[in-house]
Design a binder for this molecule. Structure first.
Ligand SMILES: [Zn+2]
Length: 314
C-alpha cells in the first residue's frame, strides 16, 4: 500500500493535511525567460510562505527537462515541514527546444523513463544519459497538450503516461490550454486503461464554463483551479463565481486548488509578488465565504488526498 508518494517517502493521505495541488519550486523554460526558479534558498523561503498561509503539502508540478531539482525538493521539505509530491512526465511540446533530447524518445522509451522516476528515483539533473539516480521518487506523472491540439510529441507522452500510470498506479496530471480538448484527452487515457478518476485537468478554470466542468466531473475527472491572482485574464470574483456554480451543480468532490504561480517575478522571495501565500491568505477566505467550510475543506483536503493516493496497478 503506497498511499501518497512524497519526496521524503510514502505516507497515508490522511497525513497530508491541506494540499496545494499545483506549484513550481523549480522551473526553467525557454517560454518563461527572466522567470527562472532556480535558487534553492529563495524557493525554500517561498515554500515557507506557502506553509504559513495554511498548507501542509504541495505538488511540485515541474516535469522532466524543465529544471527539476529532486534533492533540493527533499531538503526544502525537511526544512519547512511541507510534504512535497514531485512530478515526472513532460510538459506541452512548446517548452522544449527543437534539439531537445526528449524529442528522440519513443512513447515506449518515455514510459520506461517515467516508471523509473516513479519507482526508483529521479536523476539529479535531467539528461539523455542520466544513469545515476537519486532515491527521490516522483509521485505523479504529467502530460501537456496545446490549444485544441495534440502534437505527435504530446501524443507520445500521453501514451507513455497511460502506460506508466497503468503499471504503477500513480495519479495523472494533464496540462490543458484553456481547458480545450479535455474530453478528447480523457477519451484517449480511458482507451489506454486510465480511468478519468485518476486524472486532474490542470488549468480547467481558464475556460470558466460550469456546464463543461460538470460534464468532466460526471466522468470522474478532477478539475484543477489555479488561475487566481490573474486579473489581466480573469478576476478572482469570476473564479469564485465559477466555483459556486460547479459546487451548486454537485461538482465539489472534483475540484483541486493550486496557485500555479510559477514565475520568479511573482515570488516574494525572488523580489516579485504576490507570492505563493496569496492562495491561502487572500483567495481561500473569499472562497470559504462563498461556498462554505464543507466544500472548501473538500477542495483543500479530501479531494487532493483521493487524487494523490496511488491505485492498485492494472
Ligand atoms: Zn504549472
Amino acid at each position: 500500500m503506497i498511499g501518497v508518494r512524497t519526496v521524503t517517502g510514502d505516507v497515508p493521505a490522511a497525513e497530508l493535511g491541506r494540499v496545494d495541488y499545483h506549484e513550481h519550486l523549480f522551473q526553467v523554460s525557454p517560454l518563461l525567460p527572466g522567470d527562472e526558479l532556480d535558487d534553492e534558498a529563495a524557493s525554500g523561503a517561498e515554500a515557507g510562505h506557502l506553509r504559513d498561509s495554511g498548507f501542509e503539502a504541495m505538488v511540485d508540478a515541474t516535469p522532466i527537462g524543465l529544471g527539476r531539482r529532486p534533492a533540493a525538493l527533499r531538503r526544502i521539505s525537511g526544512a519547512t515541514g511541507l510534504r512535497i509530491v514531485a512530478t515526472t512526465g513532460t510538459h506541452r511540446e512548446q517548452h522544449y527546444p527543437a534539439d531537445h533530447w526528449l524529442r528522440e524518445l519513443s512513447a515506449a522509451d518515455r514510459a520506461e523513463l517515467f516508471v523509473r522516476d516513479l519507482t526508483e528515483g529521479m536523476p539529479p539533473e535531467d539528461g539523455p544519459d542520466a544513469a545515476d539516480r537519486t532515491d527521490v521518487r516522483a509521485g505523479l506523472v504529467k502530460a501537456g497538450i496545446g490549444y485544441w491540439s495534440i502534437s505527435p510529441f504530446e501524443r507520445a507522452t500521453l501514451d507513455a503516461v497511460a502506460e506508466a500510470a497503468s503499471r504503477t498506479g500513480a495519479p495523472v496530471m494533464v496540462h490543458l490550454e484553456f481547458c480545450t480538448a479535455a474530453h478528447e484527452v480523457l477519451d484517449l487515457l480511458e482507451a489506454a486503461g486510465v480511468a478519468a478518476s485518476r486524472v486532474v485537468l490542470a488549468h480547467a478554470d481558464r475556460d470558466p464554463d460550469s456546464v463543461l466542468h460538470l460534464e468532466l466531473a460526471a466522468r470522474g475527472a478532477f478539475l484543477g483551479y489555479d488561475g487566481m491572482a490573474r486579473p489581466r485574464t480573469r478576476s478572482d470574483a469570476e473564479l469564485v463565481g465559477l466555483t459556486e456554480a460547479v459546487v451548486d451543480g454537485g461538482g465539489a468532490r472534483h475540484i483541486l486548488l493550486g496557485g500555479d504561480v510559477a514565475r520568479s517575478t511573482r515570488y516574494l522571495a525572488y523580489g516579485g509578488m504576490p507570492g505563493l501565500g496569496y492562495l491561502g491568505a487572500r483567495y481561500v477566505p473569499r472562497l470559504r465565504q462563498a461556498v462554505g467550510e464543507t466544500a472548501t475543506t473538500r477542495m483543500l483536503v479530501d479531494n487532493p488526498h483521493r487524487f494523490l493516493t496511488w491505485s492498485t496497478p492494472a
